[in-house]
Design a protein around this ligand. Structure first.
Ligand code: NAP
Length: 318
């Protein structure tokens, strides 16, 4: 039985990873800022919840100690430069230091497609730049070859779909409310991947024996589905699969970039999490599709599922 520390285990992907890990018979510790964020994990056996500020390095070190491996799924989609650096760069650095201090041999880090650890500054948005910097920090801390401090796997998913996703569900919901869908970067391309496939990739990565494969670290895997869609196609598909206006959905109006930025700025000013930020638009300057030069899910023995039949199931229900 393995003991896994699942940081970010209360989120969309984390909840699925947690389920799969306990199904393996492994024990999972899930730190969370608020226990109420972990309600969905309460019915699972073999899970210990820990109310913790993961940014407190001393507390993090205590949480890491005694585990066989650590998984990091913590991320934010919106925020200031300082917030992105805190969550996507400083936290991975703290996790790496904690792993080394506690002699943890394996770390699986979920990043994002479009992050570039070699040239983080070349990425078009704060989100992607900080994701690349976080990867680079982990790679440096892990080291390579026989001297590697820990076995590192970095997973880079494209946008993730699943019953609780925040993109197809959102596109469908918006079309029940608004008569038109004004969209900037409508031609941006994505290769959506199923949440269960991403969760399976985390488990497969943990199954590999860190002591045998350290010479190959770090391993970067791009987690993409089998099909590529533009943003406009995804908006239309969400309407079609949820039967909005008999599947016709709302007309999608392509906005020029300046108008899209204005729209995003207004959304940022609204209370709560913005539906879209200017930084999100910046991320879309880079197509969110597999590079073709890095291994994909197949390298972990996973045949990624197609979006259409799975999304049809949950969008129809809602
Ligand atoms: N969803 C996607 O489409 C997508 C696409 C590409 C990459 N990814 C990557 O996949 C990973 C998981 O994504 P997800 O969609 O599952 O994210 P999520 O649902 O937003 O969950 C994020 C987790 O991070 C924790 N968290 C959020 N903000 C935090 C902060 N400021 N300080 C400490 N903890 C914080 C939350 O824990 P508590 O609230 O319990 O503390 C939560 O468990 C992330 O690395 C993300 O970048 C996701």
């Amino acid at each position: 039985m393995k003991n896994i520390l699942l940081v970010g285990g209360t989120g969309f992907v984390g909840s699925h990873v947690c389920e799969k890990l306990v199904r393996q018979g492994w024990h999972v510790t899930v730190p969370t800022r608020r226990l109420s964020n972990a309600r969905q994990l309460l019915p699972l056996p073999l899970v210990t919840l820990l109310e913790l500020d993961v940014h407190d390095e001393a507390a993090l070190l205590r949480a890491v100690a005694g585990h066989d491996a650590v998984v990091n799924l913590v991320a934010i989609l919106h925020g200031t430069q300082a917030a992105f650096e805190k969550v996507h760069v400083a936290l991975p650095q703290k996790l790496a230091r904690a792993c080394i201090a506690a002699h943890i041999k394996q770390l699986v880090h979920v990043s994002a497609l479009g992050a570039d650890a070699q040239h983080p500054e070349s990425a078009p948005s704060m989100y992607l730049r900080s994701k690349g910097q976080g990867e680079a920090a982990l790679m440096q801390a892990a080291g390579i070859g026989a001297a590697a401090a820990f076995d590192l796997t970095i997973l880079r998913p494209s946008v993730i779909f699943g019953a609780e996703d925040k993109f197809l569900n959102l596109f469908a919901r918006l079309q029940t409310v608004f008569p038109l869908m004004p969209l900037a970067r409508a031609d941006a391309r994505f290769q959506p991947v199923w949440v269960q496939d991403v969760a399976a990739a985390v488990v497969r990565s943990l199954e590999r024996d860190g002591t045998v494969s350290v010479a190959n670290t770090p391993r970067i895997v791009e987690a993409c589905g089998p099909d590529v869609f533009t943003l406009k196609e995804l908006v239309q598909l969400a309407a079609q699969l949820s039967g909005i206006r008999k599947g016709r959905g709302r007309p999608v109006i392509s906005l020029p970039l300046w108008m899209g930025r204005l729209q995003a700025r207004l959304m940022e000013l609204a209370p709560g999490e913005p539906l879209m930020s200017r930084d999100n638009l910046d991320s879309m300057q880079r197509d969110n599709v597999a590079s073709g030069t890095l291994p994909g899910l197949q390298s972990l023995g996973i045949a990624p599922a197609a979006l259409r039949p799975i999304a049809a199931e949950y969008l129809k229900r809602k």
